[in-house]
Design a protein around this ligand. Structure first.
Ligand code: CO
Length: 676
């Protein structure tokens, strides 16, 4: 019996118009979304996609991933670009190849479950703006979170790709929860929902080649829909897994153009194309055409992004997953979090605590946002717990998870942990079992009212509804009501060249010679550059009054200092920027943070200080100066590593002196307010 899927070598033919293969592997290109999200902090600008757009359209990709994931957040926040406009612009250049987006199911392109009315409007507008394929995933693989968006995707006549998030609890696929039966049953669920294709989404590069073979073979036997493999390179296994998946009959593989490939991104397309030439699974791609596209990327685009590449290590692979079964990106986030808390020596405790916390929280997959939820809770436990009490500082997101707001966990949440987390939880102490969005109030009408006079169309309203603080700021930039800061403006190749010269000077130790010359007064022509020398960060003001650049000032900033400009110093390019979450379903509940008693208070204010137990950003103060509070009452919500922490009054009394306001970054032990 001949096996349609078996890879057979037929005839080597490298010519551009070689005969089509019997069963070509289809390729989705991720360069314009996951590629720059993984390597360059999602900072890719539309203007840097246009030079390659028409050529990319000619390759013959199954689809181009152009939107979704962190792009929506980063564009409006750091690039002063309208995310909706990107789809429309690229559509003018790319007319043949379908567009694909990554949709976080009921989380859309944000970090919480949104109400049904907003989810419906979002998918409808994405579709009307030109999106063709909706790759939909849920961090818990709870497909009730798909129901609303899938209905709209289908109504719009678009392609619904259902994802199964790939995760592990053992060194290889298997164990009690995430075994082959789990993936097969999830695929059947997706097929029953009408999935046009099914994607095994291995966001952390966990899948080992022979496991890829086994699971793809099983999925191909169990369902009719095409099987698509998305496997990040992170651990170094993905090119091997791709090949084994192809041998098992996978239909579609995700890759990047080589400048956007490897590290935490994806394997490059070119080696795969060459590997398959002459077989019945030949992609049919013209390798010379791919080289031409790379040439444009290298010359015209990469110089603007190279500095964003995390080159803190020589190795391009991260073997964390091979050691700890935990996504590489997640572990490096934890390391950074510990470093900020001066607690790096506790890393081994974190490695030990992590599987335990994950199990207690329902053995959930580790993907945005659950990887952060589990990771930060683990750090909190290691830092704040003692031998008498665990889970002393529970984040708002863990409370939401325990309540059921993210959906159903793979195994039940530990009942003691759940009870503790839900004590005083405002939505109720009894967890829900229904589809999470059923308990969410509609939110679109309120967003319309909030943006009256500012939003010009529904797309604007949705931008605001998804990201109230930064979305509103963006709309003010867009309609000229506020000037966007220099930091969000695009940089030209000429500016890059100047900056590189500055770096050269800095390396020679010549950047600090400004004291030898008397600095001229600053003028309006001043432009600010971020300059990085190894791990040091300088903010450099540059003026050009007709001659060569004059350096007006150099301000050295400590590494890791929270800066409000694009997070160039961000240690992990894959990490999305921390979003302020004013309207999150998260809500405070009593978990005293235990500030140190003998803290210095601001001059003239007497009382007990409430200090930040960790560095972070103030989401909001729930009390004003003069308000009376009880001991243990929540006073301020502090966001650290995207997680919200409710900080309680260390004593009863009136709130005196509040030192910060919403949006401010604070350091560990900063006095947030004084109560007396
Ligand atoms: Co990905």
């Amino acid at each position: 019996m001949s096996d349609h899927n078996q890879v057979k070598i037929t005839k080597m033919d490298y010519s551009k118009d070689r005969p089509a293969a019997e069963n070509p592997v289809k390729i989705q290109d991720l360069t314009l979304r996951d590629g720059h999200q993984s390597l360059f902090a999602t900072r890719g600008r539309t203007e840097d996609m246009i030079p390659v757009a028409e050529k990319m359209d000619e390759v013959g990709f199954w689809a181009l991933e152009t939107w979704g994931g962190a792009t929506f957040d980063t564009m409006h926040r750091f690039l002063n670009e309208d995310p909706w406009e990107r789809i429309r612009t690229l559509k003018r250049y790319i007319t043949k190849t379908p567009f694909s987006m990554l949709l976080r199911a009921q989380n859309l392109v944000g970090y919480r479950n949104y109400a049904d009315d907003l989810a419906e409007a979002f998918v409808k507008r994405a579709s009307e703006n030109g999106m063709d394929i909706f790759r939909t995933f849920d961090a818990l693989n709870d497909y009730r979170n798909f129901e609303t968006v899938v209905r709209v995707i289908k109504e719009c006549g678009k392609h619904f790709q259902g994802c199964i998030c790939y995760t592990m609890t053992e060194p290889r696929m298997g164990g009690e929860v995430y075994n082959i039966d789990y993936y097969v049953s999830k695929a059947k669920d997706l097929e029953a929902m009408g999935a046009d294709s099914i994607c095994l989404k291995d966001m952390a590069g966990l899948i080992a080649p022979y496991d890829a073979y086994a699971v793809v073979k099983a999925l191909k036997a169990a369902v009719k829909a095409p099987i698509h493999l998305h496997s990040h390179f992170t651990s170094g296994m993905s090119p091997m897994s791709h090949l084994k998946a192809i041998e098992a009959g996978v239909d579609i593989i995700d890759t990047c153009m080589s400048p956007y490939a490897y590290r935490t991104s994806h394997a490059a397309v070119e080696p795969l194309v060459m590997t398959l030439i002459g077989t019945n699974r030949d992609t049919g791609f013209d390798i010379k055409q791919l080289a031409e596209i790379n040439e444009i990327f290298e010359k015209k685009v990469m110089p603007k992004y190279r500095h964003l590449l995390d080159d803190s290590k020589v190795s391009i692979i991260d073997i964390s997953v091979l050691l700890h079964q935990t996504p590489g990106g997640m572990l490096s986030n934890l390391v950074n979090q510990l470093r900020e808390m001066d607690a790096l020596h506790k890393i081994d405790e974190v490695y030990k605590e992590l599987p335990r916390v994950r199990k207690e929280l329902g053995q959930i997959p580790l993907v945005t946002p659950t990887s952060q939820i589990v990771g930060i809770q683990t750090v909190n436990n290691v830092l704040f717990d003692d031998e008498n009490e665990r889970y002393k500082m529970i984040t708002g997101q863990v409370k939401d998870l325990c309540y059921g707001l993210y959906g159903k966990t793979a195994i039940p949440i530990d009942s003691d942990v759940q009870k503790k987390a839900l004590k005083g939880y405002p939505r109720g102490e009894e967890p829900i079992t229904c589809r999470p969005a059923e308990v969410l109030e509609p939110e679109l009408e309120q967003a319309k009212r909030d943006t009256e006079g500012l939003a010009q169309d529904l797309d604007d309203v949705i931008t605001y509804a998804l990201y109230p603080v930064t979305g509103k700021r963006f709309l003010n930039w867009k309609y000229g009501k506020e000037d966007p800061p220099e930091a969000v403006k695009a940089r030209t190749l000429e500016e890059i060249k100047k900056e590189e010269e500055l770096v050269k000077l800095a390396k020679l130790g010549k950047l600090v010679q400004k004291s030898e010359k008397k600095a001229p007064p600053k003028t309006d022509a001043i432009r600010t550059f971020n300059v990085f020398v190894d791990n040091e960060y300088f903010e450099v003001g540059v003026e050009e009054p007709g001659g060569s650049p004059i350096i007006s000032y150099v301000q050295q900033l400590p590494a890791g200092v929270p800066v409000s400009r694009p997070a160039l110093a961000a240690p992990k390019p894959a990490a999305a920027p921390a979003p302020p979450k004013p309207a999150a379903p998260a809500a405070p509940a009593p978990t005293p943070p235990k500030p140190k008693a003998a803290a210095p208070t601001p001059a003239g204010v007497e009382g007990t200080p409430l200090k930040a137990p960790m560095p972070g950003m103030i989401v909001k103060y729930l009390k004003q100066v003069g308000d009376e509070v009880n001991k243990g009452e929540t006073v301020v919500i502090l966001e650290a590593m995207k997680m919200e922490n409710a900080l309680q009054a260390p004593a009863a009394g009136a709130v005196k002196g509040i030192n910060f306001s919403s949006g401010d970054s604070v350091a560990k032990d900063d006095v947030l307010c004084v109560i007396g």
